[in-house]
Design a protein around this ligand. Structure first.
Ligand SMILES: [Zn+2]
Length: 295
C-alpha cells in the first residue's frame, strides 16, 4: 500500500483516502507519538464507529479508522488534536491528545467464549461461520485473561504502512503505544494480538522489510541468554517473586526468588515493565519490575 501524507492529509496511491470530518477536535499540534486503539465495535460493520466518532455527542475521535478489510478513513488532519486518549499518563508525560496521533482499528475488544468457536462481546464472533476470524485466549497484566479477535492481515498491513508514512511525514515521531499503556486499568486496547513492538520498530527505522507478524497466539517463550557475569543491580521487594519463562503472566513459573535477593537486571521492556534477570543461583528468566527496586 503506497501511502503518502500531503498537507496533513492521507493519500493512497496518489488518491486521497475517504475523509469524514469529525467535530471532536481542538487546536494544532506537532505529533511525536502514535497511540494505537481498537474501536470496540463489530469488525464487519465499519460504518458504526465512524458514524459515532463524527457525532458531537460522542466527544471522541481519532485521526483515522482502519477497517477489517484494510480500508482507511481519515477524520481530521494529522496536525490537529483529536480526542482519542482521554485522561492519560505514561512515564512523565500527560494529556496525550496534545501530541499523539490516534489510529483506530476495527476490533471488538475482549470476548467471552459462549460455545465451540463462538464468542461474544460487543458483537458475536462466530469462527464456524466466518473462517477469517481467529480467536485466541491471552492473559497479560494489562489486559487481564480474555479471548481476543486476531486482527486481519489486510488491517495490519495497512496499519504498518500508515505508521511508516506518518514517520516519513513527521520525523519527530519516535514512540508508539497502545491506549492501555497510557490509561492503565481503564483501557485494554489495542488487544494483546496487535503487533505493537513491530509498529514501534517501524518508527524507529528498525523494522526492515519484514512484514508485520499476524499474531494469533501469545508470543512463544522468549529466548533467554545469560550474560557471562553476575552483576547484581536490583533487590527483590516482594515476599516471593515468580521468575517466569517470558515477559508476561501467561509464561510458566520457573521458580520463586525470596525477598531481599540481589538480582542482575539485563533488560527492561519500557512498555510492559517486565525485566529479564539473572539470579545469584544462575537462573535466568523474567520478573515484573513492580516487585523489584533498582539500585
Ligand atoms: Zn482506545
Amino acid at each position: 500500500m503506497n501511502l503518502t501524507i500531503q498537507n496533513h492529509l492521507l493519500f493512497a496511491g496518489g488518491k486521497q483516502v475517504p475523509y469524514r470530518a469529525t467535530p471532536n477536535r481542538s487546536g494544532i499540534m506537532n505529533p511525536d507519538t502514535i497511540i494505537d486503539h481498537d474501536t470496540a465495535s463489530n469488525p464487519l460493520d465499519p460504518s458504526g464507529d465512524i458514524g459515532w466518532l463524527t457525532m458531537p455527542v460522542a466527544s471522541a475521535s481519532a485521526h483515522v479508522v482502519i477497517d477489517w478489510r484494510g480500508g482507511i478513513t481519515q477524520l481530521a488532519p494529522f496536525n490537529v488534536q483529536c480526542w482519542h486518549a482521554g485522561p492519560s499518563k505514561y512515564g512523565n508525560r500527560y494529556n496525550f491528545n496534545a501530541f499523539a496521533i490516534g489510529i483506530e482499528h476495527d476490533n471488538p475488544g475482549y470476548l467471552r467464549k459462549i460455545g465451540e468457536g463462538i464468542y461474544s462481546g460487543v458483537c458475536v464472533i462466530d469462527t464456524n461461520r466466518n473462517s477469517e476470524f481467529r480467536v485466541a485466549r491471552v492473559a497479560t497484566p494489562e489486559h487481564g485473561d480474555h479471548y481476543w479477535l486476531a486482527y486481519s492481515e489486510k488491517q495490519i498491513a495497512a496499519s504498518a504502512a500508515l505508521h511508516a508514512a506518518l514517520k516519513a511525514a513527521y520525523p519527530a515521531i519516535n514512540t508508539v503505544l497502545g491506549h492501555f499503556h497510557i490509561c492503565p486499568g481503564r483501557k485494554t486496547d489495542t488487544n494483546p494480538l496487535f503487533p505493537l513492538s513491530h509498529m514501534q520498530a517501524i518508527v524507529r527505522g528498525e523494522a526492515g522489510e519484514l512484514p508485520p507478524p499476524i499474531k494469533t497466539k501469545p508470543e512463544p517463550q522468549a529466548p533467554v541468554t545469560a550474560k557471562p557475569s553476575f552483576l547484581p543491580d536490583a533487590t527483590v521487594i516482594a515476599d516471593s517473586l515468580n521468575l517466569r519463562g517470558g515477559p508476561g503472566i501467561q509464561f510458566a513459573v520457573k521458580g520463586a526468588i525470596p525477598y531481599g535477593t540481589r538480582i542482575d537486571v539485563q533488560e527492561k521492556d519500557q512498555l510492559t515493565g517486565w525485566l529479564r534477570v539473572v539470579t545469584p543461583f544462575g537462573a535466568t528468566g523474567y520478573v515484573h519490575g513492580g516487585f523489584v527496586r533498582l539500585d
